[in-house]
Design a protein around this ligand. Sequence first.
Ligand SMILES: *[C@@H]1O[C@H](CO)[C@@H](O)[C@H](O)[C@H]1NC(C)=O
Ligand SMILES: *[C@@H]1O[C@H](CO)[C@@H](O)[C@H](O)[C@H]1NC(C)=O
Ligand SMILES: *[C@@H]1O[C@H](CO)[C@@H](O)[C@H](O)[C@H]1NC(C)=O
Ligand SMILES: *[C@@H]1O[C@H](CO)[C@@H](O)[C@H](O)[C@H]1NC(C)=O
Ligand SMILES: *[C@@H]1O[C@H](CO)[C@@H](O)[C@H](O)[C@H]1NC(C)=O
Length: 793
Amino acid sequence: MYSPLLFFIVLYGIFLTSSYAGWSNLNSTPRKTIQYEDNHVITFKEDGIWNYSTMLIMEDLGLLVLGAREAVYALGMNDISVAKSKVLWKVTEEKQKECTSKGKHPDIDCRNYVQLLHQMNDSVMYVCGTNAFSPTCDYITYSDGQLKLEGKQEDGRGKCPFDPFQRSSSVMVDQDLYSATSLNFLGSEPVLLRTSPVTLRTVFKSSWLNEPRFVYMDVVPESEDSPEGDDDKVYMFFSENAVEYDFYNKLVVSRVARVCKGDMGGLRTLQRKWTSFLKARLDCSVPEPSLPYVIQDVFHVRHKKWRKSVFYAIFTSQSSSTDQSSAVCAFNATDISEVFSRGKFKTEVSVEMSDVKWVTYNGELPVPRPGACINNAARTMGIERSLDLPDKTLQFIRDRPLMDDAVRPITGKPLLLKRGPLLTRLVVDLVTASDGQSYPVMFAGTENGYVQKAVNYDGEMHVIEEIKLLQNTEPIDVLRLHQNQLYAGSASGIVQMPVSNCSRYSSCLDCVLARDPYCAWDATAQRCSRSPEDAKGNLIQSLKEGDATRCPTTATVEPKIHSLVLGNNIRLLCRVDSNLAQVNWNFAGKPLPYSNRKYTIYSDGILISNASAADAGRYTCTSVERAKGRQYTQTLAVYDLREQLPVDVTDKIKTTLGILPESYTTSSGLHKTEEPPSYATNQSSENKWIVIQVALAVISVMMACLLIWNLYMGHISPFMCCGRQPIKSPRNLPEREYMHTGNDVVDSKQQMVRLCVTTNSNVEATSFHRNTVNGDTSTDIHIFKYITDESEI
Ligand SMILES: *[C@@H]1O[C@H](CO)[C@@H](O)[C@H](O)[C@H]1NC(C)=O
Ligand SMILES: *[C@@H]1O[C@H](CO)[C@@H](O)[C@H](O)[C@H]1NC(C)=O
Ligand SMILES: *[C@@H]1O[C@H](CO)[C@@H](O)[C@H](O)[C@H]1NC(C)=O
Ligand SMILES: *[C@@H]1O[C@H](CO)[C@@H](O)[C@H](O)[C@H]1NC(C)=O
Ligand SMILES: *[C@@H]1O[C@H](CO)[C@@H](O)[C@H](O)[C@H]1NC(C)=O
């Protein structure tokens, strides 16, 4: 037993990069966050069908073939919303009973999950499903717009897992299926299998595969232009329990393994087994000391010259801590190939009594080199097939499939580090920008239904945006990219989204600072457009530098006039385009003292609570965004806060004139977010003053008439004071009393407001009726108390 401390010290030595320089570039804050509602995706799902986890693109037919639980669909690539055709592939009752009797859940485990879909030729597909823990494969044809299941019912063991929750991987190479999965019901016998032309499999030994989790497979055409006469290879990415580190606990490491396409197995040793199976550790070290990250998904960016191909891979933390994080590393196909073709091997040695250790093998290697494909050198020795390989070479590889060197990522470090919800799947698009260069743009799905769109500029990772792609908070299980469309599948459905939406970038600054290779600012058309296809005029794009100095200066922002009502909470809106920008508020030319409890900062504005006269003045909202050392300041909003007359009076006057007050809220309540009032409000507040003046004049005339009439009728004596005259009780008023003012009818049922009007030394009491014409009786307004009027904010 080893102490945990020793364990971590050893770990530190093994998995840590010595250089910490440059980690600060791995800032993974997305510049924009796009909510589901703001992203118009096309969706497909069908009631009662779940687990849309397998996708196949049939380019010639323009089809996206979708495998789900007990169903396969043919969808149009351009619009996935309607299925062109569908086949159901259900488990038989007998199979389900058999599965249930083995202790599996009838509705969860004992169903048919389509896990494998490959194209055989123009119209035929190969499909496998778990089929109630009894994996089965079949052929599907697509003709006359219809999918048809052939019903051939081939044995699917070794091609498709028994357990729908177990990861597996496969690839079809020239109609030969390579698959990596588990061979048995318990899921305990892992295998890398090729079914034709000769069935080959891995040796069932922990030094070959040790509780693996298969992630990805693909072929690399290494025979092309090979001076050594090398063979094509199939690469497999997976994680497994390490054999080479004797820790007190299980330690999961990430691996890449490969086999040669022309392998036919050995004659006596390694009969019907791979003679070319080699594996190496994949390294994707993060800056903090931690257990090695575990590989989750891979995307192969193919290049015409295979040596320039790159594998992008997602890794996630394996420590049980709650602080989860993910990393993306890229591996050069040449580097991987070199580790296998030139690297040293590891070998097992016995230490002490029963313990074994894996150390570097420094002895002489048999010829031909163990694990090498049949090449020109072997052919000159008379070895034409793997069946001709000498036993020494085969015995070596049977016992030592593990390479000593790990494959290091390009640039030696992750391209991206992300904390929080884990990354699940990845696709990469090579985008040709307006500078003629191509940039790899990564789309990484997360476990909570987002996609992170990121690009690496000379080692600096830039997350352009994060988009909520799925309506539910569920993991993205499959991602595909085809002709500028992104397809994502999950347990509840699939969605389709264009790889970019340049019209989201509203200004030149926003468009250029986005550093989105798909988009450039078209100075002629004054919009952000797809580059370079859609744009005609003068394009502004600066991907590596994020240099927006060529953007025209924006017009000055017109101040918006806002009324300040004493005691109210006032919300000033200011929406910023970018998560990377810092928002600054200025009041009367000075930075707003945020420490003051008076101000509450929100992502889209500020709240000034309990406004006082001292709060009147000019508020300016500016954003400062930094890109590559340059700083871009932009004024987003300017507000002039002006103290307003007591609302009660103006409101009453509005009432008298038949102008409905807008809505009210209580003075302590937060106001719901509203667009800042525009220039129109500015005008209307001026109109208000005219209304008030006219109203005051009208009231004065009415008062005078009333007074004269009362005096004339002798209802009151000229020398009576309001203090002594009993005020008419509301009870004495008729149920409904109407007061005519012009053409308007004012209902007095609810509110009575008493007002003393002084005329010279005399005080006259009379009553006014507050209107409740709109039937809103919820407002409780006391005389001389200010109304909080949301419309004024
Ligand atoms: C692109 O963005 C614009 C502006 O936000 C929006 O109106 C449009 O619907 C978006 N298009 C898609 C396909 O999401
Ligand atoms: C497609 O492949 C299937 C199965 O291998 C074969 O039976 C069929 O003849 C092929 N069709 C064409 C048009 O090549
Ligand atoms: C991968 O390595 C090869 C050979 O060293 C090199 O030519 C190629 O540019 C590399 N690719 C990347 C993306 O680094
Ligand atoms: C299938 O979908 C269901 C329902 O969302 C989910 O709970 C389950 O985990 C999925 N099964 C697999 C194997 O992904
Ligand atoms: C609002 O401010 C006034 C003075 O400016 C103060 O008397 C009053 O208590 C404050 N009200 C609240 C709710 O803070």
